[in-house]
Structure formats: C-alpha cells, structure tokens
Design a protein around this ligand. Sequence first.
Ligand code: FCB
Length: 473
Amino acid sequence: MPALTPPVTADALTLAHRIPPGFVMGTATAAAQIEGMRTSAGRSVWDDFAAQPGHVLDGSDTSVTCDHVHRYADDVALMSELGIDAYRFSFAWPRLQPGGTGALDPSGVDFYDRMLDELAAHGIAAFATLYHWDTPSELGGWLDRDTALRFGDFASLVGERFADRVSHWITLNEPATVTLNGYALGIHAPGEALLFDALPTVHHQLLGHGLAVQALRAASVPGRIGITNSHTPVQPATESAEDAVMAQLFDMVHNRVFAEPVLLGRYPDAPAELEAMFGAFGNTDAADLATIHQPLDFYGLNYYMPSRIAAGPGSGDSPDGSAEAMSDLPFHLVDIDEYPRTGFGWPIAPEHLGTALGELRDRYGTALPPVYITENGASFADDVAADGTVHDPERVAFIAQHLNAALDAVSPGGVAEGVDLRGYFVWSLLDNWEWAAGFTQRFGLVHVDFDTLERTPKSSFRWLREVLAARKA
Ligand code: FCB
C-alpha cells in the first residue's frame, strides 16, 4: 500500500481496527439533491415547491445542484479514491417515469445505466432508494391512495430494468419526514400544513412500501430488500405527566407508526389520552396491513439526533420554520442544551445512536432484520481556506463518535447487543441541495462550489480514506 500522508493517526487506526470484516462502509446521496433536475423529462413536487417564493431559504432550486447527472463519472472516481464499499443513491421517479405512469423514459434509463456501470467498474456496491421524496407532480401525492399503487408499478419497472446491478433496494426514505414536514407542517413539499389530518399519508406511503416489496420480489431481483426510516429517541422535557404523554405522542408519530406496521403488521396502540388524535388508523384494513407487513432482508436506520418534548404549543423560531409551523400542536420541541450543535443547530449526541438501535431491538425483537445505518452526518460551515483546502475537524469528530457509538452499542454488554448491524453510510458524499435549507447547509465529505461546481475533498474525506484503507481484511 502506498504511504498515506498525513500518517494514519492512532485514533483512526483504532477505529479502523474495530470495523468488523464484511461491515459495509458507504456514503449516501439523493437524486433531487445532487443530480440537477433540469435534464429530467418529468417534474417532482420538490421542483414545484422550490419554484414558489419563500419555500427555500436561499431561493435556490433543484435545477443544477451538483450537476451529478453530467459529472457522475468524476463523482464515482471520488468514491473510489475514498475507498467505500457501497454507494447509496436514489432513482429519481420523475426522471425515470415522467408523470408517474407509463413506460420508463429512455433518457432516464440511460443515465442510471451509465452510473451503475461506472459503480460496477469500480467495484462499488449499489444501494438504491426507490423513493427519496420526489413524487411526480402529476400524481395526487400521498393523501391519495392511488399514489401507493403507482409506486408499486414504478418499483416493478425499475426492479426489472436494473435488477442485475443493484445489491440492496430501499423502498422509501424517511416516510416520517414526508408526513411530518411535507403534509403536517408544510415546510417541505408539497407544502400542506394539515397537522393530524396528514395521518393518511402514513398509511399510503407504507402501503406503497409493501406493494414495492411485492413488485421487487415478483421481478425476482437478486438484491436484498428493505426500507429506511429515521428514528429519533424521544425524552420528555420534565417528569410531569403532561410532558410524558406528549413525548409518547411524538415517539408514535415520528418513530413507531412507521416501524410497527412494517415490522409487526399493526399500528401501535395509542395511549388512552391520545386515541382521539389517531382516528385515521382506527379502521385500517387487515388486507392493507398484510401488504405492508412484508418479510424484509434489512432495516435502514437514519439517525441524526434525539428529541426532547414538552406539552403545550411552542413559540419562537427555528431555521427550518418548524417551530412556527408547530405552534398549533399540543406539544413542542425543547432545545437540548447540554450538547454541542451542528450548523443546522441539531444536537450532537452520539450515544443516542446507541439508544435508537437499542429501542429497535427492545421494540421489535426477532422481527428486526439486520440493520444498516443508511444515513448519519452533520452540516458545518465549511469554508475553502486561502490555500484551497477545506478543513472540517468537527465532521471527523462527528463521524468517529457516531460510528464508535454504534459499534459500542451492538458489542457484548452494549445497549443494543444482539442487533445485527451490517453497515454505516455517511450523509453525504457531496455538499448538496438541502431541501428547504437550499445550499445553506453543507453535509459533504467533498466541498462543492455551487458557482463553479468544483469539487474539493475536505479533510474529513482524507481522514475517512485513511480509516477505510487501514481496516483489517
Ligand atoms: C435526511 C434526509 C436527507 C438529508 C439529511 C440531512 O432527513 O433523508 O435527504 O436531507 O436528512
């Protein structure tokens, strides 16, 4: 192996040596955030949402982003230099199937063909997400049950077309974020602020998941099949009974209503105080639940932070607008002051990644398949220095702490001992278009200049390359 400069630090070496053989290390991205949707034959709700003033913090949109659609070969070369085992990306539904119905579009197919061939040529496994929030504009969205059926059809076509080069299929990415931010609070596309009336979008997305799993199985794809949910361990702000109930409510709507039907075939029972709010699940069809409850080969966990909840409506501001949108709810998020924060203001609490893994084990037991951490990462204000380098020691610390916490948690005696943890994906390979925050939050291992589109690997990229290269075989 060529000498690495700077030399591998003792901490990097220790981390490298704890990564078990066969444990998948990767990076994650999503189509709307990197590809540049101006070249797509179809539009998504995010293209429409971003076009309306006031929705995206810096007024930016999906049209160019990182221009990955033209620069994918350079980006795969960066992945290869980094030394990752796997790349998680998403197929853009409107690029592959404009309008969300009918045959696949040849130009969309051509792009993913070339990108997947490039990954294969570099020996990088493809983890493909079928839905990372870019619903075709022409469909009725997730309040409409028909969108689930259309998604099942899409999965069937994509499964048949790309079966040979996808090692892992992820049906949905974070349906909780779509329901909560997109339909309950209105701070993400499609911008509906329906509060509890958003709950039908839970069921329709999960039905879409079940139909997609069935479609992929029917297409006999050789790849493994799973889903990605985001989990946030929830704490009540005080010991009061009111805070405890509202913390349970938040845990239900953020974590449990998305995991339980998929893994156990039922919606969680609401605490008696909350039953009225959960009417949407009262008469759920047994046949739908059977469709949702498909055997899965793996479960994808996205972890960013814990949440602290207090009873009563909130006040004040937050950079993503969520505090204002939440002012009509019976609970609010409370700042978690004891931790340092990311650029987004999110608390950096690595041990709660262990808590999240432990909750999965405790709640789902033998129904929990092997787990991949399909996203974990942080935004910081990473500037290019005068000498052209980008130094991001906070990201190095963030990734090291979280990966160590996950490995600790599943070790003998750890809080999640027994969870079959198979891999870890950093969000994200590139600085990218962070949804309603536009280009204001940089999550990448690689800096992107959004004027010139120049890529500059940050010091976290070089550090992770050292860790990956120093792993035991
Ligand atoms: C997750 C999303 C991903 C990215 C990160 C920061 O919720 O899945 O697209 O925006 O947050």
